[in-house]
Design a protein around this ligand. Structure first.
Ligand SMILES: NC(=O)c1ccc[n+]([C@@H]2O[C@H](COP(=O)([O-])OP(=O)(O)OC[C@H]3O[C@@H](n4cnc5c(N)ncnc54)[C@H](O)[C@@H]3O)[C@@H](O)[C@H]2O)c1
Length: 378
């Protein structure tokens, strides 16, 4: 295939911010179609993105023989039906996280893509941050010794007004847990291997019953704080905490993100605020900053110049490069739907644990797959 022809379903914020710049950067990719029921937005995208084919119904995109691959960036409750339709239409699919509203939906999406031999990818963006890629290398190469402990914090200082579809369980599945913490559950398992059991909790602080312009709206029924502790199959442990209403953690809209691995020899920390620098410390030392080596600033082969643009933004463009490479090289894209389903199983378990106030064992659902590292067999 000389060029992978893309269609985007969901012409909103993340498509504009992450995916279209990613397609524009990759000479092997071309955006040819966009789909959104919002016709005003769709018309705007015609000029914003220079896209010619416009659809308001995703079935038209799924059945368009000119489209090779789709990116699905719609509200969470639509991910499962849109993905299934696009796979039936023989499209390779990158779907935004969370893959579905629950593990059953996510696992069905994985099985369908696998059985149709189509490429599938979950948009777990933060895996592509340079310091995260380097942290993974330090863990995998044994530089930190035996990993003992993982910690993740994701704090955002968002307004307490309506969050649109994101604040309703029927559309979003959950709040901070499915929006933010699910990324970090994936990071934890990518670094430390499968989780065996977790104890989770969620809480809601804000009713979000007014729009930005002050009009009343139905109150939110999802969490705005989520947390878990977990035991990995390796014997290591992890702690995750996230919230969207942490005052003072604005940082130009990027918020605070911190993920660390503590091993028997050394510790290392990834931070979104400075994604090209890692903090490292060995026994008896204090943590100190180290520039991420050049070969980790972009994924191998990516034409992106890491010196161009805002560092906390531009690594997000590499997701498209990974999917296109998987299609062109005929290999699995990473992270796949299997990784998305595994993270979903853990996120579901957090809700179950929080409801029942008990630990949840995951070992029946998660297995080490022989084909794609640290993933799921379903
Ligand atoms: N990976 C990341 O870092 C990241 C970042 C932001 C958002 N997201 C995810 O991306 C998805 C979209 O988020 P967003 O912030 O762009 O939302 P958004 O509300 O800005 O955009 C969603 C768009 O989907 C459209 N839409 C709704 N139903 C549709 C349908 N049936 N067919 C086609 N289009 C439809 C809406 O009209 C809207 O334009 C969510 O699942 C979110 O969790 C991921």
């Amino acid at each position: 295939m000389d060029q992978v022809r893309f269609g985007i379903i969901g012409a909103g914020a993340v498509s504009d911010y992450h995916h279209v710049p990613g397609i524009e950067l990759d000479p092997r990719a071309k955006l040819i179609a966009a789909c959104d029921p919002n016709t005003e937005l769709l018309e705007k995208r015609r000029s914003d993105w220079g896209v010619k084919k416009l659809y308001t119904n995703y079935h038209e995109m799924a059945n368009d023989p000119d489209v090779d691959a789709v990116i699905i960036a719609t509200p969470n409750d639509t991910h499962h039906p849109i993905t299934m339709a696009c796979l039936a239409g023989n499209k390779h699919v990158m779907c935004e996280k969370p893959l579905g509203l629950n593990f059953e939906q996510a696992a069905a999406m994985y099985r369908e893509a696998r059985d149709r031999n189509l490429k599938h990818m979950t948009a777990f963006t933060y895996r592509f941050a340079p310091a995260m890629r380097y942290l993974r290398h330090l863990v995998r190469s044994g530089m930190l010794g035996e990993p003992r402990h993982f910690r993740s914090q994701r704090f955002l200082d968002l307004p307490e007004t309506s969050w649109g579809w994101r604040q309703y369980k029927a559309n979003a599945g959950a709040g901070d847990l499915f929006d933010m913490t699910i990324h970090r559950i994936d990071l934890g398992m990518d670094l430390m291997g499968p989780l065996e059991s977790i104890c989770g909790a969620v809480a809601q602080f804000c009713p979000r019953d007014k729009t930005v312009s002050g009009h009343p709206c139905p109150p939110s029924d999802v969490d705005d704080w989520s947390a878990l502790i977990g035991r990995f199959a390796s014997g290591a442990v992890g702690v995750w905490e996230g919230s969207t209403v942490m005052k003072g953690y604005h940082y130009n809209g990027f918020g605070h993100e911190w993920a660390e691995v503590n091993g028997t020899e050394a510790s290392a920390v990834y931070r979104l605020q400075e994604p090209n620098v890692i903090l490292v410390g060995k026994h008896g030392e204090s943590m100190s900053p180290l520039d991420v080596p050049e070969e980790f600033l972009v994924i191998p082969g990516s034409p992106r110049d890491p010196k161009v643009g805002v560092p906390s933004t531009v690594f997000r463009y590499d997701l498209v490069y990974e999917l296109v490479s998987a299609i062109v090289e005929d290999r699995p894209a990473v992270p796949g739907f299997d990784h998305g389903a595994a993270a979903q199983a853990v996120a579901d378990a957090v809700l179950k644990s929080s409801d029942g106030q008990h630990w949840v064992h995951l070992d029946l659902m998660l297995n080490e797959s022989p084909t794609s590292d640290g993933s799921l067999q379903v």
